[in-house]
Design a protein around this ligand. Structure first.
Ligand SMILES: [Zn+2]
Length: 106
């Protein structure tokens, strides 16, 4: 049975997990990204330390954005500077909270 728990929230980002399904969901406005626990940690590892300014592009509206590939083919995420920091703050907090919950659950 699904028991999603909110493990992190920053700006528009909300991260939940279900310890039964071992799934992490990242809610970002209209986008919902689902990772297995392993995928989630791999994604954090792969994106750890990326600097917004190193990957700067411009959206069609002329806004500074960074495009991030996802593990899913043909699906990329576009972040403004504020969204970028909120996203990774939320992910890192989520990873930290997972460790805390593991201590509680085992
Ligand atoms: Zn579940």
């Amino acid at each position: 049975m699904c028991k999603p728990t909110v493990i992190s929230r920053k700006g528009d980002i909300c991260v939940t997990q279900c310890v039964n399904c071992k799934i992490v969901n990242i809610w970002n406005r209209g986008v919902l990204i689902s990772f297995s626990f392993e995928q989630f940690h791999a994604f954090i590892g792969a994106t750890n330390g990326l600097e917004f300014d190193d990957y700067l592009e411009y959206s069609p509206d002329g806004v500074e954005v960074v495009i991030l590939a996802t593990p899913y083919p043909d699906l990329s995420l576009a972040f403004t500077r504020v969204e970028w920091y909120e996203f990774f703050a939320a992910l890192n907090e989520a990873a930290y909270m997972q460790q805390i919950y593991q201590l509680v659950h085992f």
